[in-house]
Ligand binder design. Structure first.
Ligand code: PLP
Ligand SMILES: N[C@@H](CCOP(=O)(O)O)C(=O)O
Length: 553
């Protein structure tokens, strides 16, 4: 039985390990409706400080330990130490004091987390910090650097599921609809907050650095800029999208464009951070995964704590697949749910070391030399978290799939045609879903979540190439280029009539095939010169975008 002091130290509900049984729900309602507006001169950080002052001492804690206990016995490090590897050179993991967390039952944690969703209370308005006790329990709220990330949309892919897969319970977790447009924000808020704390403790951290395929660098530079901390990013030259390149530039990072691939940049940043007081922000640093795991907890929360059958995650450096596993496992271990979903890790065929390892029956891992892929953020041949990924997949009867360039681009276009606007990495995950549906591994009624890892707007060039049919050796089956029309009523009417005729024929076939489901065609009219597609009339911008890019294939 926990002590009174322990319960009092928690924000809510006091003296109960089970809020619904002990009037906790009533307390929840009172708290929700009874919160007084803070004084005008106080901001939300000040308010959190004032309220925190009333609370008792911290009762939860976490530390670094060798991953899966693969270190010397009893080896552990405080999170305030700057350490990325165990004494034996292996990976580290953040281990929480599960004993302390277990003094509260699953119902307590579910209610606590649910009570914080979507609020502006510092720092719990963040989807990550709403689970603070499970993330970085000991950090002071004042040190937290947050953009209220997380709480991302779990989108019911009704039309895509029904139309392309015959599924009725398909969901897309839009982690890319986020502050810097990818799931990296979830981990970066944790890492940069800890750096903020270390700097206040006068630890030797002059800046934070990462190697990146574009999303880690965007998140790092934004969070550092918001805290006034220098950031340094190593990018593989000409291998990331323009939108991703401009993100750290705009946020004032020191950007090094290096003539190598991601694996080369990763090697360099590891060497540099071993020499200079630059803190390493890649997912080799296990702090990042503490934030990323909250996406898994959030999925369960969004399903009212019911467990989906499958979760499909695109994999590159392979930190995220482990983070998802860890989030689900903690929920099981702490009694919020009674099982975990099966995970699928999806890789691009041009960068598929995990897939090859899986196919070998986990016999032999060999890094690969990755080649260009439209899913550029996962063009990684030597993933640092390979051991974490294998552990995660083996522990949940997981599967690894891969997608060719044509498959991932077609899947992306198909998803977009149903109203999404996804990134190519999500196209990789959707390809895995297509394959597992075709083989019957995933059933039509299985509740399935596809994790969308970045915003499609970061990858418009790939969509332009596809819809322009400007990709060597790719049929671009779902391309939808605009039609060039003369600016007179007759010409416009002619093309519209042909179009409407065709689409009503198509509709007839469709409605005979599928009963129900929403399918509405739309037509967009661009003024000549601003029209984004089509040879002769391409505007200067468009010509620049299409012609300046090397053809893929
Ligand atoms: C958009 C996107 N999707 C997926 C991934 C893969 O995540 P992980 O490296 O954790 O496997 C990354 C980064 O690697 C990414 O930037
Ligand atoms: N896709 C990543 C690659 C690096 O992964 P990390 O999770 O180890 O930082 C990126 O956007 O840089």
């Amino acid at each position: 039985m926990a002590s009174t002091a322990l319960f009092q130290s928690l924000p809510f509900p006091h003296k109960s390990r089970n809020p619904s049984k002990a009037g906790g729900q009533a307390a929840l309602r009172v708290r929700a409706s009874g919160k007084q507006r803070r004084p005008a001169e106080e901001n939300i950080r000040d308010e959190a400080r004032r309220l925190k002052a009333r609370e008792e001492q911290q009762v939860f804690s976490a530390k670094y330990v060798p991953f899966k206990g693969e270190g010397s016995s009893g080896e552990w490090y405080s999170l305030d130490e700057i350490v990325y590897r165990s004494q034996s050179g292996g990976l580290l993991d953040v281990e929480h004091d599960l004993g302390a967390l277990k003094r509260f039952d699953g119902e307590y944690w579910r209610s606590l987390f649910d009570s914080r969703v979507g609020k502006t209370t510092w720092p719990y308005g963040s989807g990550v910090w709403s689970k603070k006790e499970w993330v970085l329990p000991e950090i002071h709220d004042d040190d937290i650097v947050s953009a209220f990330e997380g709480n991302s949309n779990l989108f019911w892919a009704e039309r895509f599921g029904k139309h392309f897969l015959g599924m009725n319970d398909l969901w897309v977790k839009h982690c890319g609809i986020s502050h810097t447009g990818s799931f990296k924000d979830l981990g970066m808020t944790v890492l940069v907050s800890q750096v903020n704390r270390l700097r206040k403790m006068n630890r030797p951290v002059v800046g934070v650095g990462c190697a990146s395929t574009g999303d880690t660098s965007a998140a790092l530079s934004a969070y550092c800029a918001s805290a006034g901390i220098p950031s340094i990013v190593f990018l593989p030259a000409n291998r990331i999208s323009l939108a991703q390149l401009v993100q750290p530039i705009a946020n004032g990072a020191f950007v090094l464009s290096i003539d190598t691939d991601f694996d080369g940049c990763m090697q360099l940043i590891r060497e540099v951070t071993a020499e200079l007081p630059i803190y390493l922000a890649n997912s080799l640093n296990s702090l990042r995964l503490e934030g990323q795991k909250t996406a898994a907890i959030e999925i369960l929360q969004q399903f009212d704590w019911q467990v989906p059958d499958w979760v499909i995650v695109p994999g590159g450096n392979l930190g995220n697949i482990y983070a998802f596993y860890k989030g689900f496992k903690m929920c099981q271990d702490l009694g919020l749910v009674d099982k975990i979903p099966r995970l699928v890790c999806a890789q691009a065929a041009n960068a598929d070391p995990l897939y090859l390892y899986f196919k070998s029956g986990w016999k032999e891992f060999r890094p690969v030399k990755s080649t260009t892929t439209f899913a550029s953020a996962i063009q990684i041949g030597d993933p640092v978290s390979i051991d974490r990924a294998v552990h995660a997949l083996k522990s949940c009867d997981g599967i690894v799939e891969e997608a060719t360039e044509e498959e991932l681009m077609d899947a992306m276009a198909q998803a977009d045609s149903t109203g999404m606007f996804i990134c190519p990495h999500t196209g990789v995950a959707l390809t895995a879903l297509f394959k597992l549906r075709n083989t019957g591994v995933i059933k039509p009624t299985d509740r399935t979540v596809v994790v969308s890892t970045a915003h499609g707007l970061k990858f418009t060039q790939s969509k332009i190439d596809y819809h322009s049919r400007n990709i060597k050796d790719m049929a671009c089956r779902f391309a939808n280029p605009p039609m060039q029309v003369k600016a007179d009523f007759g010409s416009v009417m002619d093309v519209l009539k042909t179009y409407l005729q065709k689409s009503s024929e198509k509709d007839g076939v469709k409605s005979r095939k599928h009963k129900g489901g929403l399918s509405i065609d739309c037509t967009v009219i661009f003024p000549l010169g601003t029209m984004p597609f089509g040879g002769a009339i391409a505007s200067a911008l468009w010509a620049n975008l299409v012609l300046s890019k090397p053809k893929k294939g």
